[in-house]
Design a protein around this ligand. Sequence first.
Ligand code: PEP
Ligand code: MG
Length: 328
Amino acid sequence: RRAAFAALKGEVPVTKDGQRITVMVNAGLRDDVAALDLTGADGIGLFRTEFQFLISATLPQREGQRRLYRDVLDAAGDRPVTFRTVDIGGDKALPYLDHDENGDEENPAMGWRALRLALDREGLMKVQARALLEAAAGRTLSVMFPMVSEPWEFDEARTLFESQRTWLEARGHKLPLHVRYGAMLEVPALAEVLDILLPKLDFLSIGTNDLTQFLFAADRAHPRLAVRYDWLSPSILRFLRRVTAEANAAGVPIAVCGEMGGRPLEAMALIGLGIDRLSITPAAVGPIKAMVRSLDRAAVTQAMAQLLAKPPANLRSALRDWAEAQQV
Ligand code: PEP
Ligand code: MG
């Protein structure tokens, strides 16, 4: 089976009825980029920039950041890369950063982390913005912000990047040809203001790991809870269907970059909800390509509509039965 997946490297993930599915990988280290060639993925849909911060003994400086981002872009060649600005804070506390000004956090996942921290620590975000803008000189820069909870947070982050672009330009630096700005949807509240948010975005990416823990109010790392709530539940799937429909209607590209998209049955369900861009762990690319190539999108769209109209007691087993009957 492993050999069969490796053989899929050169195969295009297209459904039986001709829908091209973009299958990208999640990455965080320089060496992760090798996964692009190994898997034949379409690009990097999520580059977790905080990895460099987490493995460093001191705060990474602009030069060190720029070098990493440029190496990643060079290695990716003409395949797109989406950089996520740092998602630190909360449980990813850094020894060299003063987290204490906010006191101890009882709920770090819901605490001062990611974009919340970055907007308060403007210096940190400015350095990262400059490093990204310089690294992508002469190419397209795609950047997205984690844990956006209200549209104004996206506005502030974008404005900060744009001011750094102006700053660099005034000093004669070479700039990206184009900068694309996206938001991650991980906080459920954001789904209620998509009419305000979507017109501002170049793309939207759903982080199903955090989104699920906030929708179910269940710690994503808790072993007891991990088995209790299923990604293939009516609440999550209906939520994702609504968000996907709104983004598609607004013409805003939408992707799923959480672990959910790396599981064949879950990815199949996502395609049935209108998702056609996935960013997943590299090891999942082969299995997901194989699933896509055996799937009829029109059929799974219809199946999902029926299953969500009147959900069976066990949606997962119903979906598995459907997939087996269809030979997916
Ligand atoms: C997510 O929350 O789904 C996500 C992709 O981000 P991370 O796993 O890094 O929190
Ligand atoms: Mg997340």
